[in-house]
Design a binder for this molecule. Structure first.
Ligand SMILES: [Zn+2]
Length: 170
């Protein structure tokens, strides 16, 4: 059963109380952006003290500096004037629980949701799966701190933004 009705109801309530925030300017008022993980336990607005209109928040699995994350950061800077970026990863990240081989093998078996226990990942689907996972870089990591450094280095080395400073905050 879909959660769509719950989401629509919550959005209706949120929109009804949006008020003057509808007049906020497009560029983020506090001139910064955060690249962080999509983990459901993370609330960037709370952990970074954000209100609507304050900052850009770019999220993906792991908070990695993927090509698409860099695309968003470049837009954030070039067109919307952010002056500082933060790469924020977190402890107990799910991206430390698998690697490219595990993911692609699970996908090859079936497209159903896998589970994990103390023995590792298990696939329960009947297939057919997909071989496409073998052609995707999943950007997993083993070392949390090294992953932040790697992402900041990648952002700094991007030619479009090489003069820009990325800040590290873990
Ligand atoms: Zn995570």
């Amino acid at each position: 059963m879909s959660v769509l009705p719950e989401v629509l109801k919550a959005n209706e309530s949120y929109a009804a109380s949006f008020g003057e925030k509808g007049k906020l300017a497009l560029p983020p008022a506090r001139r910064f952006a955060i690249l962080t993980c999509m983990d459901a336990r993370l609330d960037p607005a709370k952990y970074a003290g954000l209100a609507e209109g304050d900052a850009h928040v770019i999220r993906n699995a792991g908070g990695r500096a993927s090509d698409d994350a860099i695309r968003s950061l470049v837009i954030s800077y070039k067109l919307l004037g952010t002056k500082e970026w933060f790469v924020i990863h977190h402890s107990d990240c799910g991206m430390q629980l698998f690697d490219d081989e595990i993911m692609s093998n699970l996908l090859e078996k079936s497209l159903e949701t896998a589970t994990i226990d103390e023995k590792g990942w298990h696939d329960h689907g009947h297939g057919p799966g997909s071989i496409h996972g073998h052609f995707i870089k999943w950007h997993t990591f083993k070392d949390l701190e090294a992953s932040v450094v790697e992402d900041v280095k990648r952002i700094r080395s991007c030619r479009a933004i090489s003069r820009f400073t990325a800040s590290i905050m873990t």
